[in-house]
Design a protein around this ligand. Structure first.
Ligand SMILES: [Zn+2]
Length: 261
């Protein structure tokens, strides 16, 4: 669809509305999954006074603005995190819609980026990656590969195996060398999910970029504070870069290794 088509605006508006709804759901996931609570029941309620939140007070971004960031019933401040995450996910869905137009690639990418954002937010705070996101995302990635998107079903299956297998190998090796667990099971399951979306080459590139970003950004902090590395955050960054520019990166690297090939 061309940007001058009269339907282009409608298409972007749809992408934005879906993004807002998913952003709202990610807020629920980030708040409830680490505690092991259901993301379906009970309905949204104020954590302070326990009042259920009416639908008109639960509209992404807009309700936050209308209520000036406070609970209608008890006046408690609502965290800025909620509208910010909603805006970020709207940005993901509209941004990829602009980049790839109305295509399966745009849909697949938006779903992948939404899962990655949820994982990164939870891993950064709790050092854990809920199975609902990794295993659930793995199922979504395998199913989406049946559509004519970025990867074939075979690439999706081998990608999942490669992503999981490489991190498992790194984990086993690391444990031998450092005599303590070097890689979380959550990271392995997350990479199975990423591999299902990006295929085997994409999974390798993600791990490489994730390790690189992790050591550049977190290395210095970790040395100073002895803090654990939330590796899922950096794998999420690596997977997003791979989805956007992975093909050009791989081609550039192959050219570098085999000039003129
Ligand atoms: Zn309240």
């Amino acid at each position: 669809m061309q940007p001058d088509s009269p339907y282009y605006f409608v298409f972007l508006a749809y992408a934005g509305v879906i993004g807002a709804a998913i952003g709202s759901f990610i807020n629920v996931c980030v708040a409830r999954l680490p505690a092991g609570s259901s993301v379906i029941r009970p309905r949204s309620h104020c954590p302070e006074c326990g009042c259920f939140i009416a639908w008109y007070d639960n509209v992404p971004v807009l309700s936050f603005l209308a209520l000036r960031g406070t609970c209608r019933h008890c006046g408690t401040r609502i965290s800025w995190q909620y509208p910010l995450i909603e805006l970020a996910v709207i940005g993901i869905w509209v941004g990829l819609a602009v980049l790839y137009g109305p295509s399966w690639r745009s849909l697949t990418g938006s779903i992948l980026f939404s899962i990655l954002l949820a994982i990164a937010l939870i891993d950064a705070r709790h050092y854990l990656i809920p199975d609902q996101l990794s295993i659930g995302g793995l199922a979504a990635g395998l199913a989406l590969s049946l559509l004519p998107g970025p990867v074939t079903p075979l690439q999706s299956v081998t990608g999942a195996a490669a992503g999981f297998g490489v991190l498992l190998a790194v984990g086993v090796l690391g444990e031998r060398i450092f005599k303590k667990p070097a890689m979380g099971g959550g990271d392995m399951k997350m990479m199975a999910m990423v591999g299902a979306f990006l295929g085997p080459v994409g999974a390798m590139l993600t791990i490489f970029l994730g390790a690189l970003a992790g050591s550049i950004i977190f290395g210095p902090i970790s040395l100073k504070t002895q803090k654990l590395v939330p590796f899922g955050v950096f794998l999420a960054i690596g997977a997003a870069i791979t989805f956007l520019v992975g093909d050009s990166l791989t081609r550039w690297y192959v050219d570098l290794l085999f000039p003129g090939a």
